[in-house]
Design a protein. Structure first.
Length: 95
């Protein structure tokens, strides 16, 4: 007797394939498909994620940062000074 090495070739898979072949073009075939479709519809689309809102502040930052990076690259004293004053102004506005 030959040992099966194909992982997709199992008894359960063979049973389902044989079952579908045997009920082809019968009323039970439509019943099976209706049950599967109702289960799929009740589950819904689980793979889709809701789109996240992007803050207006983030949009402005994404537009301005390329110019800021040219004027004051990261790690320079100019950038550190800008960061320091940015946070002072932000604290004054936000409290």
């Amino acid at each position: 007797m030959r040992v099966r090495t194909n992982h997709g070739n199992t008894e359960k898979v063979d049973f389902y394939d044989d079952f579908i072949e045997n009920i082809a073009n019968t009323p039970w075939e439509m019943e099976i498909y209706k049950r599967q479709m109702s289960l799929a519809a009740s589950i819904g689309l689980t793979h889709s994620e809701p789109q996240q809102q992007i803050l207006f502040q983030t949009k402005i930052k994404n537009v301005l940062m390329p110019y800021v990076n040219k004027y004051a690259p990261i790690g320079t004293s100019r950038r550190n000074m800008m960061t320091k004053y940015y946070y002072k102004v932000r604290r004054a506005i936000l409290g």
